[in-house]
Write a protein that binds this ligand. Structure first.
Ligand SMILES: [Cu+2]
Length: 108
């Protein structure tokens, strides 16, 4: 391999790594209980447990990435979800799954 080819590959890798670090959103996982489903605003009101590195336990609204995600839950569902934080600090649920009910996440 020529030096120029090696150089181009090195530059490309550096660029990709840099791009990934600067543009990718921060991701968190959390658990909580669904209190309300707000279809119009594409939001779920969730009493969530502590989110490591982000916030403590509280009750709040979260927007979901796709409206179809609202169909996967019911009021009272206990869920495990993935939160994406963009550079402005906006939080969006990008993934969720139903888990066994736990009283631990019920905050009124
Ligand atoms: Cu919160």
């Amino acid at each position: 391999m020529t030096t120029i080819k090696k150089f181009i590959i090195l530059i490309s890798i550096t660029f990709l790594v840099f791009f990934n670090v600067t543009l990718s959103a921060k991701e968190y996982t959390a658990q909580g209980k669904v209190n309300a489903i707000k279809s119009e605003s594409k939001k779920l009101n969730i009493s969530h447990g502590p989110v490591k590195g982000l916030m403590g336990a509280m009750k709040m609204d979260f927007e979901v990435a796709y409206p179809e995600m609202l169909n996967d839950v019911s009021v009272g569902s206990t869920i495990k979800f993935t939160l994406d934080e963009d550079k402005k600090g906006n939080l969006t649920i990008t993934d969720l799954e139903l888990i066994e009910t736990s009283e631990k996440f019920i905050i009124d």
